[in-house]
Design a protein around this ligand. Sequence first.
Ligand code: GLN
Length: 546
Amino acid sequence: MSRFIFFTGGVVSSLGKGIAAASLGRLLKSRGISVSIQKLDPYINTDAGTMNPYQHGEVFVTEDGAETDLDLGHYERFIDENLTRLHNVTTGQIYGAVIEQERRGAYLGGTVQVIPHITNEIKDRIKQVALQSQAEVCIIEVGGTVGDIESLPFLEAIRQFRHDVGDDHVMYVHLTLVPHLGAPDELKTKPTQHSVRELRAIGITPDAIICRAEYPLTQDIKEKIALFCDVKRSAVVQSRDAQSIYQVPLNLEAEGLAEAVCQKFNLGDRPLDLDEWRSMVRRIARPKERVRIALVGKYVELKDAYISINEALGHAAVAHHAAVDIVRIDSETLEERGVELLTGVSGILVAPGFGARGIKGKLLAIRHARENRIPFLGICYGMQLACVEFARNVCGLENAHTTEVEPETPHPVIDFMENQRNLKVMGGTMRLGAYPCSLEPGSLAHRTYGQLEISERHRHRFEFNNAYREIFERKGLRFSGHYRAAGLVEIIELPSHPWFLGTQAHPEFKSRPTRPAPLYAGFVEAALAHARTAASDTGLAHERTA
Ligand code: GLN
């Protein structure tokens, strides 16, 4: 039977609970222990799919097409396993399921209540992950902060869980903040004590405490926390602010977190192999080259809006012993101030998106990349707008557009699929999840992937309109990837350009720190080459003027 580790957070939000949980997952996996991770989100939305990035950062998409919390992205990247829709549970799903059963008559005669009906439904979903994944250890992160009204049913469910499966199969890990006060120059443990007290009032006693702190925790402080919170001294660990999130597992390993888990679960002494991970982290810290890449989007000021894209660029750079300096360019600002904002970048990535806001800036960026032979990667909306730009400026199709923005355009080069046309339901109805794609032999896409049949994850409603295929091809655009079963264009490229490619999919969702997504790896490689030529050109120019 699986063991279960429940992660809760206290004191403040945004402590990096997802990364801590994912890091522990990595440390267990690196000991040869199979792991799975699940997130319980207390909000009432059925999934993250209908929330905008201001609300919730990026929407992460799984292979099976679930629109999930971005923490699932961290989990996949850290434990290097694909997760499914079972791995992100929300209050909305739980209540939805219970109410549906009530209407079907499953509880005839009874009063439907939070305890036991809601808590049972929560526990069932946790057990389903254990059953489906057959993992030795399941890590379950409870979203929110202890003390929130919304998360109470989840906390009650995880409290009961220990009762159901036995103390030796359950572990509670609490993540808190140990703030530093400048004037007395002290780290303060009181917020941690209060947070643990709150947790214990609900009936959960943590087995381990992870303290986020800017400064090293002394032995004294750790002992104090152990004593006041009734936790073993060896199970009070620190998570210091790290340069790279991928450093966090190494820090937690040094603090003995995974060891505390193995002890608690009697997993014995398993040999640890973190070599590949360590060398990846070392490469991040010591890049041999740097390259500036513009990320053009309308949410660039939000840290979490394009998290998988940022990570994928980073993974790609690491594979080339390089680092990417991402120049965040707000597409509306680009619209106002022009392409000067793109000066000095060696690659341009146009981000996914929805709606009309900021698209003029994106179109400018695409044209700039195309005309100046700067490596370009268009992701989803970025690919669709590359088609719009090509239609207007190369094919001469005036006012060509996507019907998402201009339903009456004379040239709907990007249009609805029939099955999306009269849609009344917005949640979960896009083309979602993994779809196969066949590549054209010899194309840039084929060379970059190194194989002809690939699969990537999707999240969109609109598609390239095949009525325009012929003219696009005649004008020099190559359709190099196809979802043959539905006759859909997946990848476009410009053979006359050093590296210009747009994909309808989101390859960033499958990128892993030690296994970058091929298109990102190829794009960054092209950007590095562009940067080197640009550098030697300026060198030549200097020589000439000297
Ligand atoms: N808005 C576009 C569509 O729905 C693109 C979506 C995206 O970039 N993920 O098709």
